[in-house]
Design a protein around this ligand. Structure first.
Ligand code: PHE
Length: 447
């Protein structure tokens, strides 16, 4: 049988759209704005950008390079580079991590569809903040509704991944990402132009350096890590579909820049509106599903803006879950020599079961806990606090210390074609700063 050529992204722009799509997700929309507002505004922004560029960028570049060099999935890429399977465990751990992340992430993705529906059918209107909060909790703790929505979301997700790297992932990302960017810019302008919106912006960006404590720095780093989809092989898998002539360093820089820009735009959308209407900002699901419907209720044209916002949320979530499903699909179908389509469908069924478990753990299964956490929180904490940091440290040690310098530099410079002024600086970051910084977050979170 003729050996099939490995799939690749068709264009540089397509790759960029897909990688930014993976990075931009719920993390940008519901975590970043709140952290920025609460942790010192402009001062937090500086700390965040330092983390994103000094730790996120070298790690992303390394994931791209390992994938492109190994020309395989999240696990075998390691073996292809060094000629033995000793480091494949990083990839296996990554695949498990992705499976658990998508397990709880998909639940919220389903919620975003329900809220598009509620926005279109004008259900927020006339509800008091307390009623909005009650209706959110009765929906999320309910049994069937959230499950049906998450299944619908996963079916759409699966259909895209089944389409393949170019026809499915790249094509979808090239359409959805510009759309997402347009929505966020439009929402941002609307929000700032509300009476009192500018004040909100001033509040958001007023620098308060006294708020920058070690724990704020660590949380900025954790945020950068999750937001850039690092430490579990998503960027590695996408990197394996990159062409040999692509500029890895520049692309990683663009992804980090775009992801940060979108995070900032989300903050500039949410804060002025919340501030203008005198509402207390909250964090996580509450911000998006309770505070914002309240904002839309009170805002002129809120019906329309509400629909647009929840579409934004669903698109951002979808382009992230595509990358998660791709990691597992590539891994299972290549390692076990299975048909790609069947693998994507089988994996989706498994993910749906996990996600149903997470969804029920907010309602009827709430009393089943491990270490005091329900399944949803357990998956969230176990991946963010344990698996992702270990994955990040392992990848930086592998590429910084195990891969020999000549091969590493050959990959980064496209066999000597590119002259990289930052090579020494990057190597220093990769070998020392990245593992030590992640270790600090890891230790802090375990304690
Ligand atoms: N980066 C995504 C977000 O900000 C989440 C994600 C994590 C996506 C890991 C892929 C892999 O929401």
């Amino acid at each position: 049988m003729e050996k099939k050529k490995r799939a690749s992204f068709g264009s540089k722009l397509g790759f960029l759209a897909a990688a930014v799509g993976s990075a931009v997700g719920l993390g940008n929309i519901w975590r970043f704005p709140y952290e920025l507002g609460q942790n010192g505004g402009f001062a937090f922004l500086i700390v965040y950008l330092l983390c994103a560029f000094l730790i996120g960028w070298p790690l992303m570049l390394s994931e791209f390079a390992v994938g492109r060099m190994g020309q395989s999935n999240v696990s075998s890429s390691f073996a292809n580079i060094i000629g033995n399977k000793r480091w494949n465990w990083i990839g296996i751990m990554g695949a498990v991590c992705v499976l658990l992340v998508i397990g709880f992430y998909a639940v919220v993705c389903g919620w975003s569809l329900e809220y598009i529906y509620q926005a279109i059918t004008n259900q927020f209107s006339g509800q008091s903040p307390q009623e909005l909060s009650d209706s959110f909790s009765s929906f999320t703790t309910g049994t069937w509704r959230p499950i049906l929505w998450l299944i619908l979301f996963l079916v759409i997700n699966c259909a895209i991944v089944v389409g393949g790297v170019q026809e499915g992932i790249e094509r979808t990302s090239k359409v959805l990402m510009p759309f997402l960017f347009t929505i966020i810019v439009v929402l941002c302008i609307r929000s700032i132009s509300l009476p009192g919106g500018l004040e909100g912006l001033k509040f958001l960006f007023s620098p308060d350096f006294s708020k920058i404590t070690p724990s704020v720095v660590l949380s900025a780093m954790g945020q950068a890590f999750f937001s850039l989809s690092l430490g579990m092989g998503c960027m590695l898998t996408y990197g394996s579909y990159m062409r040999k002539e692509n500029h890895l360093g520049k692309t990683a820089f663009e992804v980090v820049g775009m992801d940060s820009l979108i995070s900032i735009l989300c903050a500039m959308t949410i804060f002025p509106a919340v501030f203008a209407l005198g509402i207390d900002p909250s964090k996580g699901p509450e911000l998006v599903f309770i505070t914002l419907p309240n904002v839309f209720n009170q805002m002129p044209g809120g019906y329309f803006w509400g629909i647009l916002f929840f579409i934004l949320l669903a698109i951002a979530a979808l382009t992230s879950t595509i990358s998660m499903l791709e990691v597992i699909t590539a891994y299972v179908s290549e390692e076990w020599k299975l048909n790609r389509k069947a693998t994507a469908i089988g994996t989706t069924v498994l993910i749906a079961l996990l996600a149903i478990g997470c969804s029920l753990s907010m309602g009827v299964w709430n009393e089943y806990t491990v270490l005091g956490m329900n399944l949803f929180d357990l998956f969230d904490n176990f991946t963010a606090k344990i698996l992702m940091p270990i994955g990040g440290i392992a990848i930086s040690i592998f590429f910084g210390w195990i891969v020999d310098r000549k091969s590493r530099e050959a990959e980064l410079t496209n066999e000597g074609v590119l002259k990289l002024k930052y090579l020494k600086f990057y190597t220093f970051l990769l070998k020392y700063i990245v593992p030590l910084a992640i270790l600090a977050v890891f230790a802090d979170q375990l304690i």
